[in-house]
Design a protein around this ligand. Structure first.
Ligand code: ASP
Length: 354
């Protein structure tokens, strides 16, 4: 008997969307109709990680620190855009601040691997040219997103990893720091707890993968922007998942999984359980639904994050912007550190689902 191939949720949505578009009168494609003047549509959306973030677990002072950090990052990106700078520069400026802030799992304050190291991943993509740069397994680059951008702009490659990537960083004059710089007391304490839990569980029926699941800590950072010139960009930076092993690399530096930008559709930065985001090529799938499926941005994000990922048990979220200035912060977890700023320069930030 010939096995029947199940239609993936993405393919099914694309087919449904194509049918919808075919029925629409000429010139009435189902895109968002609102088209404000170009100079008002620009803006920036950021995230600082999604996961099991519940109000009762985050003390009010800590919540205030997150809001302040998100606001600062939004304003850094906004200043670039306001001055007529590029979406790439805005994304880099916002991500740099979050990489430097120990609250987030990126740069300083990143999570610790099973063997007590910190290994950083990042990616950036330019929606105007489809150029992209990605780095993985870094141990000394202070701002991994800067190196991802250097890979994109100053090398013929898209992705570099480990020692080779750091040799390139040295050649390019990108700042390197001692490994110790990235460690914080809070992450060390969390790592000790996680190790103890892992040890206690080792002989239980649940395997290593399940243990990693329970111990993962989110806090990846990312930004997407639309500039005054109508160009989109996306960038993401992370320490990955706590207690990761064997040189594990997540979705963040996989172009199309955790990071993607294309002026023909949208810019996306993701956060969540990376293995699911890789298997579902989440960032590119959302853009494909916008470009080929002609879905509005929110419908595309919902289709992938709220249906496809949820059906598989993959938690996390995305931020995205399209060329019309539509934006979304879509997540299926309890919370996502997130924020958004438009031309009016008023930052809005949030943490929990409500
Ligand atoms: N997506 C990241 C990874 O799997 C983790 C995160 O977003 O917090 O490496």
């Amino acid at each position: 008997m010939t096995p029947r191939t199940p239609l993936s949720a993405l393919a099914a949505t694309l087919l449904a969307a194509a049918a919808l578009a075919a029925c629409a009168p000429a010139g009435a494609a189902p895109r968002e109709p609102a088209d404000p003047p170009a100079q008002e549509r620009w803006g920036l959306v950021i995230h600082g990680g999604a996961g099991t973030i519940r109000r009762e677990q985050v003390p009010p002072e800590r919540q205030a620190e997150y809001h302040a950090a998100l606001r600062e990052a939004l304003l850094a990106g906004w200043r670039v855009l306001e001055a007529g700078g590029t979406s790439l520069d805005a994304v880099e400026a916002a991500v740099n601040l979050m990489e430097d802030n120990p609250l987030f799992n990126a740069g300083k304050g990143a999570v610790i691997t099973a063997d007590g190291r910190i290994e950083l991943d990042a990616a950036v993509m330019d929606g105007a040219t489809l150029r992209a740069g990605a780095v993985a397994g870094l141990r000394h680059v202070k701002n991994p997103i800067d190196l991802a951008r250097a890979v994109m702009e100053r090398s013929p490659h898209v992705m570099m990893i480990g020692d080779g990537a750091e040799a390139f960083a040295r050649e390019q004059g990108i700042e390197l720091v001692p490994a110790e710089y990235f460690f914080t007391d809070a992450r060390r304490r969390a790592w000790v707890r996680a190790r103890e839990q892992e040890r206690a569980r080792r002989d239980s029926v649940r395997g290593g993968a399940a243990a990693l699941d329970d111990e993962r800590k989110f806090g990846t950072v990312g930004a997407v922007a639309l500039d005054r010139h109508g160009n989109l960009a996306a960038g993401t930076s992370t320490g990955g998942m706590m207690m990761k092993r064997y040189g594990r690399v997540g979705d963040v530096p996989i172009i199309g999984a955790g990071t993607y930008a294309n002026n023909r559709s949208c810019a996306v930065s993701a956060t969540g359980h990376g293995e699911f985001f890789i298997r579902n090529t989440v960032a590119h799938s959302v853009c494909a639904l916008v470009e080929y499926g002609r879905l509005p941005l929110q419908a595309a994000a919902d289709s992938i994050v709220m249906r496809q990922l949820v059906a598989q048990g993959g938690d996390g979220g995305i931020i995205a912007m399209d060329r019309q200035g539509n934006w979304t912060l879509t997540f299926n977890s309890a919370g996502m550190y997130r924020g958004r700023i438009g031309a009016d320069g008023r930052p809005e930030t949030a943490i929990f689902r409500d």
